[in-house]
Write a protein that binds this ligand. Sequence first.
Ligand code: BEZ
Length: 401
Amino acid sequence: MTKSITSTSRRRFLGGVGAAAGVAAATSSVPTRFAIGQQAKIKVGILLPYTGTFAALGHNITDAMKLAINQAGGKLGGREIEYIAVDSEADPAKATANTNKLVVGSKVDVITGPVHSGVAAAMVKITREEETLTVISNAGAGAATGEMCAPNIFHTSFTNWQPAFPCGSVVLKDGHKRVVMMYWKYAAGFEFAGGFRDSFVPGGGTVMKEIQVDFPNVEFQAHLTEIAALKPDAVYVFFAGGGAAKFVKDYHAAGIKIPLYGSGFLTDGVLQAQGEAAVGIKTTLHYANDLDNPANKKFRADFKAATNRDADVYAVQGYDTGTFLVQAYAAVNGDTGAKKQIIAAMEKATIDSPRGKFTFSKAHNPIQNIYLRQVKAPGQEVFLGVAHEALADPAKGCKMA
Ligand code: BEZ
């Protein structure tokens, strides 16, 4: 395993650079540290999956982030940008080495991504210690802005608890009291299950069984047979990307008529591939394609024009990450050394997002609406209403909250 340099060694290193620059400034007419730095490109590190079950998610986040920045002039705080992307492969076992490539190797000014909560856990362990500005553009890992929270770490996406929590009440309101849950067996799956339980159980619901599937396994058949035998009133699941497409098709092919619920990741980005099989599914998420606001209409048209693909929640999160970076660096005219001021600007930011305007909590998570959606016809998912307005993650364990 690649070892990160320690914060003391990094500070010593930074101190050395500062001292050297100070000597140069004192003995010649060399410009100040900021002026020198201002000529260099801002390094934006991107740790996202471009292969595997989450590949499409990584591409949409990346392309939409660049779209937002390009629409703002293609610079951050007046400085050119060097994007340095590493394929995370959504593999937690490679996450430490991949993060170190960006943080220690390339010395990025800011790191964005990842998709997978296990990758995020390894990433923030390093960036917290190195004090590298970190903008999580998908992974909902609660720990990143919970017990591991730090001034330099932000979610522009969600926490796994957020889209899950309102769904328990939705299922109860639909008259279902006995549920089977099924999810990938890693941090995100556990947190989605936990969020759902937090509203479902106190509301009078019973979780009959939780079926856990190793990530990124998509062999669902035996589990579907078990679900059919258990005869719950409803099923709540967390799968995303290629795994979600396969799960929904297998569920349908197995002839199971039990109502299916999930976080919106079950259908987002894979709705066309699921076709008829997805009809009837209800999900909760911080985005819906048909949200009636000007930012959403413009974004969907612009993303389609730029990529020839339809926007989804991942693209929205990438786009909002781009907007967030544009605002933060504009506040300091591109001075990457002004970390305190950058963080202050981030904390105060309001993002006029396609998901609706949102701000940040003390723990650095979006305070955002969670929407209820339903697939009404093949490839057609509609917004049914707001499942929870302005929901903030409880950020358990975060000392800043
Ligand atoms: C996660 O690992 O946090 C995650 C992955 C895909 C979609 C949503 C969450």
